[in-house]
Ligand binder design. Sequence first.
Ligand SMILES: Cc1ncc(COP(=O)(O)O)c(C=O)c1O
Length: 353
Amino acid sequence: MTIARLARKEIRALRPYEAAVQVDDTIRLNANEAPWTSSDDHFRRPLNRYPEIRPAQLRAALAARYGCDVENLVVTRGTSEGIDLLIRVFCRAGQDSIVTTTPTFSMYRHYANVQNAALREVETTRDNDFAVAANAILEACDATTRLIFLCSPNNPTGTMLARDTLLEVLERRGSQSAVIVDEAYIEFADEPSVVKLLDQYENLIILRTLSKALAFAGARCGSVIGPRDVIAMLNAVQAPYALATPVVECVENALRTESLREAEQCVRQVISERKRLTEALAKFPFVRHIWPSSANFFLLQVDDADALMRQSSSDKVLLRYFGGTLSDCVRVTVGTQAENDRLLQTLASVVEV
Ligand SMILES: Cc1ncc(COP(=O)(O)O)c(C=O)c1O
């Protein structure tokens, strides 16, 4: 039995929106489009025409990048839209639940709230480097648990989900829940994506994005990779023409070999700067701990997080503070070498205060 049967009944019955047919070299009088192009229109595909309802070439390029079949991938407006679509497709408002860990990326909670799906959070602890225990995840699940969100590398801790843990959750939940691995930061990790497990586990879904390692956060382009019947449902629910022509064209350019090579070079620089920054910061007397990170950021435990946030923002360097169980921690994104030097100077003045 496939996990598609866990989706809401009305979504399983939903047929995709039928768009006006688009055929090159024809006179198109079937879509109420303007017949002229604006003088500001410099795109390969003119903007007076609707984009493809789903961008086929882009979808193929992303599938090739991630190592899956085209039918296993839907292109979304950032991973954020993918999270929203999954929760809307699988969770009946007021009845179904999702399970995730804490601390983690807050969008899972946000979209669970939007859909009125219950949220069960499994606490991970700093003493244990925020490791996720399979048993704790499984104990948090019940018959209402449609989706389990696991973020790897995890935001904001930078830690990886152990493969054994993932395998145990996938196996023991089987066809009862979809397990979603959010790999927004995987390019910064030593370990590969878990996409190869798709053939073995039909309850596995993976999220990828161009926002981080490809430096395209402004383009809003993510992917949900999973079983074909789940992807078909996400396709039916996603707004028609979701990806605008300028975005499609700019992302197609970004996926050319030479652009990818440039991005890989930048990722290597970030990884090396992450090492330099964390080593330098570890020497500051007010830094108590830095968790090893597999992402383009790291979590720093300090004596006085408030003082550090005040000092850095008065020096126009922005860091991220979360409060709660992380009230003595600050998340630092790795910037350029010059930006990181500025951060180190700023923090040196915290020592002097
Ligand atoms: C773990 C994680 N997943 C997804 C996202 C969202 O990425 P996107 O820009 O693709 O919506 C973020 C953004 O910070 C993130 O930290």
